[in-house]
Design a binder for this molecule. Structure first.
Ligand SMILES: *Cc1c(COP(=O)(O)O)cnc(C)c1O
Length: 461
């Protein structure tokens, strides 16, 4: 399997190179040059497989010959070892043919553990002693960085540089980041929004200043972040439909990566009859799908903070697909977006996007109602992001005969205080972590300051 980039035409690298990267040299994102196709019969034959066995079958064609089969099998299996549920990603029924796929049983209780745990093991496998040259880099509202910090235990000499918004990051997650701070792990608060952190991280990666260190994105701008999530769809569709009956998905848009992963699973032959993109009041994706107008905007704080932003990096991969893998067309659109913060695609491409996705924006009032309703009707607490997806899923499912699955990306206890306030929580409520001042605080566009942090990291070991 070869990888090309969304902004070029002649790049061709293998899985190892795509994995061990920040952005591609031309500023684009790596994408597989072709997609593996599975027949209905082949997929149906996997319906009895446990999660890890299914995962390596889905992942293997993307890895190609950069890793032999027994090693890949072992690495994939091992990456789920720290999960606290024997099904890895169990399905919970919340209504008639309505389900939540619980993706929060990993070590840090968010769906980001799936990619982070696998990525760390692959880095160690590919780099061995050279791991000390690796720097995991990225922006995070908390969950991705916390997942990456935990996973670092599996490639302990690698370093990590995370940027997080001082105001938008939940206190318990910034507390984890502060306590991990060391010479090799720097979590830097930015006086700005999550979008500002993302922009700063891409500027750093576009002109990486230290050639002796290998920058590797820890979020799903790296292909592994998408790949790990493709498995979710195969797992849920096989559990509920045996690979024969179509299944629909409602996806809380905590990035575009999980949505794009669903689209890829569908292209690989999985019978998915519907994908619903659910956003909160920060509805950039909903407006893109509904009105073909995507714009960088200022995000407001909502009850579902992991969805409070407007820069969705993986949209670039989707645009590239809509333009029939035309790197030049994608480059023109994305450079225009980088300059002006606006993106509209051609009419034909937009109609195709509308055929592929439904979308809905759910405001805080509806999120509260949904949490309370689900608790009353099922006795279970769901987190506010999952509630967003469950509400949009119930409202917009097209076929009452097909199961509709909401991706549950975050554990409910992460939102225990809110759930308790709504009367939807039986457990203990942890006392809020203090929001103390942290080591470094960068201005929102302080690239020079970020270079300084990197220089200190380099000197520190
Ligand atoms: C996960 C992810 C986000 C959100 O990051 P959090 O740390 O969960 O806030 C944003 N963009 C991309 C590309 C991601 O993979």
């Amino acid at each position: 399997m070869q990888y090309t980039t969304t902004r070029g035409t002649d790049t061709s690298v293998d899985f190892r190179t795509a994995l061990l990267s920040g952005l591609a040299a031309d500023g684009g994102l790596y994408v597989p040059a072709s997609l593996p196709q599975f027949s209905a019969q082949e997929i149906a034959g996997w319906s009895w497989l446990p999660f890890d066995e299914l995962a390596w079958r889905v992942i293997a064609p993307f890895v190609g010959d950069t890793l032999d089969e027994p090693s890949l099998r072992a690495l994939v299996s091992d990456s789920y070892r720290g999960f606290r549920h024997r099904a890895i990603a169990p399905l919970q029924q919340i209504g008639h043919n309505e389900w939540v796929l619980q993706l929060f049983h990993g070590p840090t209780r968010s769906s980001k553990d799936f990619a982070a745990q696998l990525q760390a093991r692959l880095i160690r496998h590919f780099l061995g002693r050279e791991c000390e040259r690796a720097v995991l880099v990225g922006a995070s509202n908390g969950d991705t960085a916390v997942a990456a910090i935990d996973a670092l235990g599996h490639c302990p000499t690698a370093r990590l540089l995370a940027l997080y918004p001082l105001a938008g990051t939940p206190a318990d997650r910034s507390a984890v980041m502060r306590s991990a701070d060391s010479d090799g792990v720097r979590c830097v608060a930015v006086d700005g929004s999550f979008d500002d952190c993302q922009s700063l991280a891409s500027r750093l990666l576009r002109a990486w200043p230290c050639p002796e260190l290998i920058p590797i994105s820890f979020n799903s701008t790296n292909w592994i972040g998408v790949l790990a999530q493709i498995v979710f769809y195969f797992h849920a569709a096989l559990q509920l439909g045996g690979g024969i009956r179509p299944v629909g998905f409602s996806i809380p848009a905590a990035s575009f990566a999980e949505i794009y992963a669903g689209f890829i699973a569908q292209k690989m032959g999985l019978p998915i009859n519907q994908i619903i993109v659910s956003t909160n009041r920060n509805d950039a994706l909903h407006r893109f799908i509904h009105c073909n107008r995507y714009s960088r905007g200022s995000a407001s704080r909502t009850l579902s903070p992991a969805m409070d932003f407007s820069l969705f990096s993986n949209l670039e991969r989707f645009v590239w697909e809509l333009y029939e893998r035309d790197g030049e067309a994608t480059r023109t659109l994305m450079e225009h977006f980088d300059d002006c913060g606006e993106l509209s695609i051609g009419n034909r491409q937009w109609l195709q996007a509308r055929m592929l996705f439904d979308s809905y924006a759910v405001d805080d009032g509806l999120i509260r109602d949904e949490i309370v309703t689900l608790f009353r009707e099922t006795g279970s607490a769901v987190d506010p992001h999952t509630a967003t997806g469950a509400y949009a899923g119930r409202l917009h499912r097209r076929n009452i005969g097909a199961p509709i699955v909401t991706l549950g990306q975050f554990a409910p206890e992460k939102s225990a205080a809110l759930l308790a306030e709504l009367g939807a929580w039986h457990g203990a409520v942890p006392s809020p972590a203090g929001q103390e001042a942290c080591g470094a605080l960068l201005a929102r566009d302080d690239l020079a300051g970020l270079h300084e942090v990197l220089a200190q990291m380099r000197a520190g070991r």
